[in-house]
Ligand binder design. Sequence first.
Ligand code: ZN
Ligand code: ZN
Length: 411
Amino acid sequence: MSKSVTCNGRTYAWPKAPTVVVCLDGSEPGYIEQTIEAGRAPFFAKMMKDGANLLADSVIPSFTNPNNLSIITGRPPEVHGIAGNFFYDAASKTEVMMNDPKFLRAPTILRTFHEAGAKVGMVTAKDKLRLLLSNGLDYASGRAIAFSSERADKATKADNGIDNVVSFVGKPVPDVYSADLSEFVFAAGVKLMESFRPDLMYLSTTDYIQHKVGPGTKIANDFYAMIDGYLAAMDKLGAIIVATADHGMNDKHDPKTKAPNVIYLQTLFDEWLGKGAARVILPITDPYVVHHGALGSFATVHIPAGANASDLLARVKKIDGVHLALTQAEACKQFGLPADRIGDLVVTSTRHITLGTAPEKHDLSGLDEPLRSHGGLTEQRVPMIANRKLKDVPAGLRNFDVFSVALNCVA
Ligand code: ZN
Ligand code: ZN
């Protein structure tokens, strides 16, 4: 019997070769295809032809943290607890960032393999995900390396399993708002594959480019051509590679005026219930809001005791551009969310519309391109592409099946 490990109720076969799972942040279907069409992604073309080219559904909210944590635990947020970048803790009446591992309720697949003796690696673009994705790794073992591009120069043997990352990768620490932040992830991945040679590695990029431009643009094609080269290099080194995305991306602006399309929910709830009586939470909000102004297509609302939820939902549903308006119980059931980390109501908006709090609360001065964003059901469809042929892929594929696909489905 060959070795396998079990994590959060799912069983994973031991890697047959160094296995790399890639999360291409914000990779709406079309970006890769258009880069291939422009003749600039020969390796992606080869993977899609000779390996596997599938589509999967992300977790809702279609935001970065809930999906990265679902991918690395193999389960939806109701299991791992990370339902957004932050949540409102009604008990302490504070808005709490969820980038600390104390909020994580499930072990990661990486940790489980590491504890079973595997050599593991993890590189993430932004530092906000590093502690969550690398939770539980034992750097003293010499079998774990985990760091972020953003803080590559701060990495130490004790905290990351590696030091001198900048000279190891051979690139300077990139600006946090740049394509280079993602390129650093792949450059590091190739170096790790050459020298450290992990059994299992997770690489996670940032969606800076996808927020800026759509598929087929020169900037997008340059970005995917860059990725193509690094994936080809890892393939040459014998790696099994499966790439997916945390969520897609859509235009969220008026095509004529280029102004963002926003429904300001806090303003509406203030009109209906009195100022500040309800609290609208946008779980996309984090310290890096320049490229989207904290505007996405998912919001959750805490309403005061005694407020009539069904009456409020009926009002929200009538707003043009609202896709779904659900009670907490309905949202938890439909999306697999943890009830204690979301509000009383959940609202999603349609393809080209975002949900905001109030106009004065959103700093849109950093938006130098018309708004593109994500969060709703219209950004749920993502690619899943492998450099090997696959067998027994489950029906109703989710992006958080990607480790199972990479470990259990490679023919
Ligand atoms: Zn993302
Ligand atoms: Zn984003």
